[in-house]
Design a binder for this molecule. Structure first.
Ligand code: ARG
Length: 467
């Protein structure tokens, strides 16, 4: 047998060793070692399939599988030595296996290429990442629904243009976030299903010249099926984009929530007292209690958006099939997985620790003529055209501003001066009146919000039970 002159597993046709700079620039082991479990699982399934199809012997299969089990233990224990000269996780493991078991190790790569191998690894990784994110999203939804139940009687001003608009139940506001995270969960469930298809056994790009059974290795790895076209199998990274896009949108939702927590914790709003365990102080201003975690959550959304743009840009110019550009798909993916999971978990821990200034929120809900719409609706229900009612209440607001009065302080006489259709009933317009009036589907009436919360809880329980 002829010896490799090069020190590389792929070095048969090479006369020279690679330059040290090449090794450094080319290697991905510093980050793709994170895929070691997936790589070993993929190799085991491949070896078992090869033996089943009589492509390798059962003895070689056992040597390979046992060798891989040992290597996995060493990596997990931190005793395995990774080498940058061996480029990536695939070659590091394969070379270590061959050092251990000899010739049998050299048979593992039969009917396989690193191109279908890396595509398999990364799909397994994204599949598990989807599961982690889905679990954390469901936990966050349950935290939001519990908080909504606890705060079922808390009123706050609802805003448009960040101007006080109409009174709402705080629980209604929280449930709006639950609805966003429910859609996010759906996106990750869909991403998982598109991800969970096996590329293994398609070789470099054209398929392999052995009688492989792709369905059986797919089955061993828990894939739902196989990717039919070999070229698509090795070159598709759409599922990574799907993951980034679902992550970026979830982080945008978290960022909106974080922004509200930051505003509410300010003296200007004064709705929220942050728990000391989830805030930090200032090194110069002794009085400060800062909402750093919410700010970081808002800030970290930028990474996931950036990572999504990175994968789009990475893919757009690549001809079929595999190109080394694809090695650049991993670090941003790992970053987004960690960012989303960590941020969801911070929100899960922080939200239940928040205490809300219910009295102050209610006062804010009553101020600034927040019930103006209810006065206009009152007239409309007496058959006054809405536009006329709107204009009458508009002049009522400016009258109150001039007289330095609230709407509730107006006498019946003053009301009648503004519009003759006002009567005693208009003196009963309060926050409770305003909330109860909004009982149509989706509105902020207490009973409607409670029904919506229960329905959301049932959906969440059903989703979790289907797993
Ligand atoms: N480290 C490579 C990657 O991450 C593995 C695949 C290499 N394939 C190849 N033909 N050079 O994409």
């Amino acid at each position: 047998m002829t010896e490799n002159k090069s020190d590389k597993l792929w070095g048969g046709r090479f006369e020279l060793d690679t330059d040290a700079l090449t090794d450094q620039y080319n290697a991905s082991i510093s980050f793709d070692k994170r895929l070691y479990r997936e790589d070993i699982a993929g190799s085991k399934a491949h070896a078992i399939m090869l033996a089943k199809q009589n492509i390798i012997s059962p003895e070689d299969r056992d040597l390979i599988v046992n060798g891989l089990v040992e290597i996995e233990q060493e990596i997990t224990q931190g005793t395995f030595i990774f080498s940058p000269e061996r480029e990536d996780i695939h070659l590091n493991i394969e070379a270590a296996l061959t050092e251990r078991i000899g010739e049998a190790g050299g048979r593992l790569h039969t009917a396989r290429s690193r191109n279908d191998q890396v595509a398999t690894d990364i799909r397994l990784f994204v599949r598990d990442a989807c599961d982690s994110v889905i679990t954390s999203l469901r936990t966050l939804r349950s935290v939001l629904l519990n908080l909504a139940e606890e705060e079922a009687a808390t009123v706050m001003p609802g805003y448009t243009h960040l101007q006080r608009a109409q009174p709402i139940l705080f629980s209604h506001h929280l449930q709006a976030y639950e609805a966003m995270f429910a859609r996010d969960t759906e996106r990750f469930v869909q991403t998982r299903s598109r991800t969970n298809q096996s590329p293994l056994g398609t070789g470099a790009l054209a398929g392999v010249s052995y009688a492989v059974d792709r369905a059986s290795s797919a089955d061993l790895l828990g894939f739902d099926g196989i990717i039919e076209n070999s070229i698509d199998a090795v070159s598709d990274r759409d599922f990574i984009f799907d993951f980034h896009s679902a992550s970026a949108l979830s982080m945008i939702h978290i960022s909106r929530l974080a922004e509200e927590l930051i505003l509410w914790a300010s003296a200007e709003f004064g709705f929220l007292n942050l728990d000391e365990r989830f805030s930090t102080g200032s090194s110069i201003m002794p009085q400060k209690k800062n909402p750093d975690l919410a700010e970081l959550a808002r800030g970290k959304s930028a990474r996931t958006i950036g990572n999504m743009v990175q994968i789009m840009t990475l893919l757009k110019g690549q001809p079929l099939a595999y190109n080394k550009d694809m090695q650049e798909d991993k670090e941003s993916l790992f970053d987004s997985v960690d960012t989303v999971v960590d941020t969801l978990n911070i929100m899960v821990a922080m939200l239940p620790s928040c205490s809300f200034n219910r009295e102050h929120m209610k006062t804010a809900a009553e101020a600034n003529f927040a019930l103006a719409t209810d006065y206009a609706d009152y007239l409309t229900k007496k058959n006054v055209p809405f536009r006329e009612a709107h204009s009458a209440v508009g002049s009522m607001v400016s009258f109150c501003e001039r007289e330095n009065k609230t709407l509730a302080e107006l006498t019946l006489e003053e009301l009648k001066n503004i519009h003759p259709e006002f009567d005693e009933g208009a003196l009963e317009i309060t926050i409770e009146y305003s909330l109860n009036a909004r009982a149509a589907t989706g509105g902020t009436a207490p009973q409607t919000v409670e029904n919506a919360r229960k329905a959301a809880q049932t959906r969440l329980n059903e989703e979790a039970a289907q797993e």
